[in-house]
Design a protein around this ligand. Structure first.
Ligand code: BTN
Length: 227
């Protein structure tokens, strides 16, 4: 199992961009983990910004050196769900929902085909008013559970779960996570538009396949998969 090396910044532009800048200088035998109290340029997938006010949420990114690993992008979502053990659902390709609202987003990027950088933004202490400033239905652990989670403890717990899951993924492949992800898959049986490799595909959500693709059903009942 890779050893975790954790560094924390009171403020940073983006934990994701820090690791993208530094990745070539990092020890390939470590699982590097960066957290921050706030991000001044937090970003989501595509062109989206990620609201990152100080000491409200978890902003965490991981770096490791990996060969082609199937579904590495979805692994941090899985580890987060496993660690939190709350009724969360997984919206393909990489959002976590609670009570139909987004509570976390995950981004996974690869630099030079070997440096994997996976980042998680998890809404922890944001209030209802603060969540309403986000441009899509959003929620937080505080709103959903009424509990004041420690952001630091969440970081350590999720990092440790991710460390173990990364090991499992390398040893056993993605198929070992498929039952769990299907149990938590959002919008099963619903017609959805899914972003996939820069395009949008439309179909009824069926399941995540053992190969780690999403199985959809088209208008004539034909089945097809997307990444
Ligand atoms: C998304 O849903 O679009 C993905 C959001 C990812 C946000 C996290 S917060 C920590 C890391 N640093 C960033 O700038 N982005 C990711």
């Amino acid at each position: 199992m890779l050893e975790i090396h954790h560094i924390h910044f009171p403020t940073i532009d983006s934990t994701q961009d820090y690791l993208k800048r530094e990745c070539k200088n990092l020890d390939p035998n470590l699982l590097f983990c960066v957290t921050a109290d706030e991000q001044t340029k937090g970003r989501g997938r595509g062109q989206n910004k990620w609201l990152s006010p100080p000491e409200k949420n978890l902003y965490i990114s991981f770096h490791f050196v990996g060969e082609e690993m199937q579904n590495i992008a979805q692994l941090l979502s899985i580890s987060t769900m496993k660690y939190l053990s709350l009724p969360l659902s997984f919206k393909w390709p990489n959002d976590l929902l609670m009570n139909h609202r987004k509570i976390a987003g995950i981004i996974s990027e690869i630099v030079d085909s070997t440096h994997v950088i996976s980042g998680l933004g998890l809404n922890v202490l944001m209030t209802e008013e603060e969540c309403q400033t986000i441009d899509q239905p959003a929620t937080s652990l505080l709103i959903e559970t009424k509990k004041t989670y420690s952001i630091f403890e969440l970081a350590l717990g999720i990092a440790s779960e991710f460390q173990q899951d990364l090991h499992l993924l390398k040893e056993q492949g993605f198929a070992t996570f498929v039952p769990f992800i299907n149990e938590h898959l959002a919008y099963k049986g619903k017609l959805m538009e899914i972003p996939s490799r820069g395009k949008t595909v439309k179909g009824i959500v069926r399941e995540v396949t053992p190969k780690g693709t999403l199985l959809l059903e088209g208008p004539d009942g034909q089945l097809f998969t997307c990444h």
